[in-house]
Design a protein around this ligand. Sequence first.
Ligand code: NAG
Ligand code: NAG
Ligand code: NAG
Ligand code: NAG
Ligand code: CU
Length: 667
Amino acid sequence: MAGQGRQTLVSAEICLCLLLVLLITDTRLVSAATRLNLENYLQPDRLTRQQFLTPTNSNQCARQCVAGAAPKICYYKWFAEDYVTLGPACGNCPANVTACDAPQCVVANGYEKSIRTINRMVPGPSIQVCLGDRIIIDLRNNLAGSQLTIHWHGVFQQGTQYMDGVPMVTQCSVLEGDVFRYDFLANNEGTHYWHSHDGLQKLDGIQGNLVIRTPKSTDRNGNSYDVDVPEHTLMILDWMNTTAEERFPGLSRREPGQIPVTFLLEGRGRPKTGLPVPYKEVWVERGKRFRLRLVGGLCTVCGVQFSIEGHDMTLIATDGTPVNPVTVRSVVIFSGERYDVVVNANQNPGTYWIHIKGLSECAFPDEQVYQLAVLRYLGTNQARNDVPAYNGGFGRGGTVVNPQNATCASGQGGVCVSQLVGSIPDNQNVLNSFPDVNIVLKFGFYLFRDLQRSFNNGRYDRFLVAPTRDVVTSWMNNVSFISPPSPLLSQGPDIPTELFCPIGRNGFPQCPANKPSDGYCECVHVIKVPRGAVVQMVIGDVTPAVDLHHPFHLHGYDFFVMAMDQLRDGDTLESISAKLLATNFRRSSLPARKDTITVPSNGYAAIRFRADNPGLWFFHCHFMYHLATGMSLVLQVGEDGDWPPVPRNFPRCGNYLPTPYLEDYGK
Ligand SMILES: *[C@@H]1O[C@H](CO)[C@@H](O)[C@H](O)[C@H]1NC(C)=O
Ligand SMILES: *[C@@H]1O[C@H](CO)[C@@H](O)[C@H](O)[C@H]1NC(C)=O
Ligand SMILES: *[C@@H]1O[C@H](CO)[C@@H](O)[C@H](O)[C@H]1NC(C)=O
Ligand SMILES: *[C@@H]1O[C@H](CO)[C@@H](O)[C@H](O)[C@H]1NC(C)=O
Ligand SMILES: [Cu+2]
């Protein structure tokens, strides 16, 4: 990206005015107000259970939340770097297991490879705060020749829309050597996370947990658990033995596709062969009920089925919002989803396997990708040598929440997220209103059949090599999203209008008339929705039936999950949408709210929300390689002026094309 503006490093001193909600960064206004030194609010990257339960520093943000207590300022310093697993910090790990726990040692699955990190950790630093706290992060980019942004997955960013961290949608990517300050309020509770939204960096390690707690007394399901501590936020990662870039657009001969070799729980796992590195251990005490916050920090198409030997789980929240508790044997988690479960440590004290079983392409007979971890009762330390096999999981036969293909009719043993009962009342009158805007979104792949034509001079179609060796690209409503040269939110007027998809007769963006009408095109796909409208979306998988279940994530919002199913005889997405409008979803219970919904293979999910958070919000498949090939669009809620302007000196970027030359070349 040429002509990129530089972020001004705001002085380390900022103004604490009477109201923290005023995000003031202009140091010239400080004189009369109290000055504060951010260094005093610097938070540790990780802390023990004891430190969390009994803080010794009154500025510590990771704490048990107390009703009525004042919010805190939580400051973090992050360094993005190229790094390595089993590097010099690891001594002779794993031969010497103690050395694996050395500071800055990233073990992963005990396989040496290049990674990318924030503060030399995988997952990265864990942000654990209380509702209402202010989060300030100085992100310094020390990556060699790469840019990045960080997205706060699940945080609504109402009032700080420009902090959402999507390159060329809300901000310019942060260049090598630059510092960008993220500054926003933790205003919606729950288990969230953060990840790089640029390129393929999160699969190489740039992601971590972000938990916004409420006082237990105000948590709707607060009496269903005894212990809720940071060490029980458990991110599930998928892991390759190559860098993510090496598999994009994909190798055609050696290892086609983008299938991980394993999963990691909180950055730990074992290889199938080779020296064993320590498993992740989750510690519990007999007689207590523990809240585990499971985070789907997955990037590839493989979801996972999570189960614990000998222990049922009680689901109490998903994507940050509480649901009526449901007891289940296993939880299916796809990229971007979060599920909070309570585990009752009521079994014989001992060691129990945690089973993380790969689904979709990770469940193919020749793949069967899985990982284990250990649930250990305090005071026990027996080793387990009876490693269960891929299909030896503990979820078999029991109730599974979020089953693939929405197999949740009675007798099928599944609980679909569309069947969960929500707990947040419909104060915005979404469910009883007839939708103001009704959107049908199809997504799928375009198969390049004529490779001679595709790889001819002058054509640069973006593509992906699938495990089948097919050459494909991704789209939504036939449009493969391309990034504009400047961010839509901060520099909308700088974007040449011809880059946007034109609006068709149905009022929605479509491919330009002059583009080859062979089923897809590339343009900047922006769907506009009036501020305050009730929006219904039916998101449908129109690819030929394969075992893929695409998780769609909406920034800036959560939504009611109204319905989901596979398409049955004669159904089309239009007929489903019409049927849902005609019946207007009469149902006796409140639906759950989510921000990431996994669409059943060859099926649909219907969602509803009130568009009360103006801004430019990315809506996309959370499979990283699908996102990288255009399975995304931007939902524009309201018009410029409805959302706050960017702060003074917000970085700028864009094309550099001196106009006389354009004329010379007749472009
Ligand atoms: C194992 O690693 C620890 C921590 O780095 C170190 O103190 C110890 O000397 C090592 N032991 C051996 C046998 O190398
Ligand atoms: C990486 O993983 C794949 C799939 O398991 C395997 O075929 C390949 O040999 C591995 N490569 C290395 C260098 O270990
Ligand atoms: C998408 O492309 C297909 C194949 O050319 C076409 O039949 C269909 O009408 C297009 N859909 C839209 C929404 O433009
Ligand atoms: C889901 O349905 C598809 C057909 O759309 C099928 O190919 C796939 O095997 C099913 N997957 C599971 C796990 O049932
Ligand atoms: Cu997808």
